[in-house]
Write a protein that binds this ligand. Sequence first.
Ligand SMILES: [Zn+2]
Length: 227
Amino acid sequence: MSSAHHSSRHLQSAAVLDQLVGSGRGIQIVESLSAGLNTVRDLVFHRIHLDVERYFGMDSMCIPLSLDQSEYNAKAEIDIWQIIEAAEFAAASGFITDVDWIRSWLGELRLGGSFGNGPITERVGQYMQLDEDGRRRHFASCLEKVYPEARKSPLVLYQLMPSAVRIVVAVAFGATQQAAKQRDHQAFLLPGILDCGSCQGGVLDNGETCVECGNPVWNYNWLLADD
Ligand SMILES: [Zn+2]
């Protein structure tokens, strides 16, 4: 793979990772993580934005004043929460043993220099005081503050998200069994996902999306299906 295809931030993150783990797979892990976390972030934003409009109609009181700014803020909130969850899982799974190190590394990879900024540092500090359920509730509340339409999202969307992030991390580090275990947990929460005729609820490669069900962040037909 030619280095011309990688951004300088990705190459830098890969070099730092290679120094720590010495696997020489730094750039593959960086590109896989980036593709996977971008996909999950963008699909979640799609769910709380377009899908909410489509399924519930547009509530004029809820229309963000400036979509560009609201979209930026919502995606930043999603990214910060993803960094926290991804770091916790990477450390708990033994991919990278130092959780503080991997959190900073992911922060730099995802948000560059702004990861150290006051408001982001404050948000990270809030998450670090909470357990998984607390983080999920705080994430929902932070997202709804910057993007009120998110209040209409089905609860199961938030319940599925921690495993969605863990699957991205497991796939990037080549831990297919860990990824499958997280998908099993999602199928426990929403059994219908295994019925997709296209992907059968299987773990996809990072960056891929099932056009039928929306896997790895299921669309509303599937999230709202009665089982
Ligand atoms: Zn599918």
